[in-house]
Design a protein around this ligand. Structure first.
Ligand SMILES: Nc1ncnc2c1ncn2[C@@H]1O[C@H](COP(=O)(O)OP(=O)(O)OP(=O)(O)O)[C@@H](O)[C@H]1O
Length: 309
């Protein structure tokens, strides 16, 4: 697809025979912010390392900005700004000096006013001569984003930029990234092991667990699935799904990760009618209740289902 900035198909990586990533299919469309979510050790950094050419995959194919051969992929990597999970900054220099030195190191032709513009954008223009070692963690993270912005990349790849930040720091990074996406159309791949940290920032999510992609989902769909729902416990989930979807066309019914649970979304004013329909149709219902879904609850359910696969 022409407007995919990243395409991975069947990508895998093993370390001494132990798989860290398995058969990963992934695509990121231009203009989107994709949240790559997974527990510690899920394979997020490995996936990012493969995209950045820092880790050689054991199998699979990749395309960057539509280029598939090794040379083309390497050429396209110049269009990517990368922020690794550890702050790679020079502690005894100011924010401005850090950016200027990076430009020299990487051969990026960035004028003084462009450097100033980037500092302004990440909210560090007032940091003046203050050395990075005296920066707060939030300031260091913003400076790391600034480093990734040198050369005005079309794609930003950020490995856990909110890790360890307090709630206001998380909001700052979120505002910064959403602003870059809206104002410059920058496509962003951002990883985190905490789903809620990416809320209101990501337009889509890729859930990774134990080296496998569990689900790709848009933010709207995720928010909908985390809304109110009817939970029905039954030992005949297949019949319950069939009966409910035929009798209540406006709803969405899904088999939950937990065995014997069916989740119903939409039209919940008719919840008792739905349960009556199941019982009347010969489906045994042991329990039912209406609950408010939560983002983390959804994620834990997904990971639970993934582990059982
Ligand atoms: N150089 C390496 N040698 C051996 N095993 C490795 C190496 N790098 C990563 N792994 C293993 O690969 C798996 C995935 O690691 P990875 O760092 O990609 O996960 P992650 O999702 O980024 O985790 P975290 O959130 O903790 O950073 C883990 O089991 C890890 O121990």
């Amino acid at each position: 697809m022409a407007n995919n900035v990243i395409e991975l198909s069947g990508v895998g990586k093993s370390y001494r025979g132990r798989p860290a990533l398995q058969s990963v299919d992934f695509a990121l469309r231009s203009g989107h912010i994709c949240g790559l979510v997974g527990e510690n050790g899920a394979g997020k950094s490995t996936l990012i390392g493969i995209i950045m050419g820092l880790i050689r995959p054991t199998e699979g194919a990749m395309a960057l900005f539509g280029e598939r051969d090794a040379r083309g992929i390497q050429r396209q990597r110049r269009r990517i700004g990368y922020m690794p999970d550890a702050n790679a900054l020079y502690p005894y220099m100011s924010a401005r000096q850090n950016l200027e030195l990076r430009c020299l190191e990487w051969g990026i032709d960035c004028s003084r006013s462009e450097v100033e513009g980037i500092l302004e954008e990440v909210g560090l223009s007032a940091a003046g001569r203050k050395k990075v070692r005296a920066f707060s963690l939030g300031m260091k993270r913003r400076l790391s984003v600034a480093v990734a912005l040198l050369g005005r990349p079309d794609l930003l790849v950020l490995d856990e930029p909110t890790n360890g930040l307090d709630p206001s720091g998380i909001v700052e990074v979120r505002r910064l990234l959403v602003g870059l996406n809206r104002e410059h159309g920058t496509t962003i791949l951002v990883s985190s092991h905490v789903l809620s940290e990416l809320r209101e920032m990501a337009s889509e999510y890729c859930f990774l667990s134990h080296g496998k992609v569990l689900e790709r989902i848009s933010s709207q769909e995720l928010e909908r699935r985390c809304g109110r729902r009817l939970v029905v416990c039954t030992d005949d989930a297949a019949s319950a799904l069939r009966l409910l979807s035929v009798s209540f066309p406006g709803i969405e019914v899904a088999q939950a990760a937990a065995a014997g649970e069916v989740h119903v979304y939409g039209d919940l004013d008719r919840a008792s009618e739905m349960v009556g329909c199941l019982v009347g149709g010969g489906v045994a219902v042991s329990r039912f209740h209406v609950e408010e879904g939560s983002l983390e609850g959804y994620y834990m359910g997904l990971i639970g289902a993934g582990v059982r696969r």
